[in-house]
Design a protein around this ligand. Structure first.
Ligand SMILES: [Zn+2]
Length: 89
């Protein structure tokens, strides 16, 4: 995902447009792995293999999301690990 994309993304749940990007791995201009977080509704959305996955709760795989948090927990803020929605550690 190109960082510029952040300017046009909005949270699919609460429509907040001021989302935060947490970069876990970066390759030149593309974010390879990361998280997009919404501080309005506490949701987070993973970026996997450069693709931001911004799905509503009912289409998410909660077990996959939990594993994602676990495997990158040293680079994810505590707030997201403990209080992130739809699933936290
Ligand atoms: Zn939101």
């Amino acid at each position: 995902m190109k960082i510029d994309l952040m300017e046009i993304l909005a949270c699919p749940i609460c429509k907040n447009e001021e989302l935060k990007l947490i970069i876990i791995e970066k390759d030149k201009e593309e974010v390879e792995t990361g998280l997009i977080t919404c501080n309005k509704c506490s949701r987070y959305y993973p970026i996997k293999k450069t693709i931001p996955i911004m799905l509503p709760d009912d289409l998410r795989d909660m077990e996959e999301d939990r594993k994602f948090l676990l495997s990158h927990k040293e680079k994810i803020p505590d707030e997201v690990l403990k209080n992130g929605k739809p699933v936290s550690l």
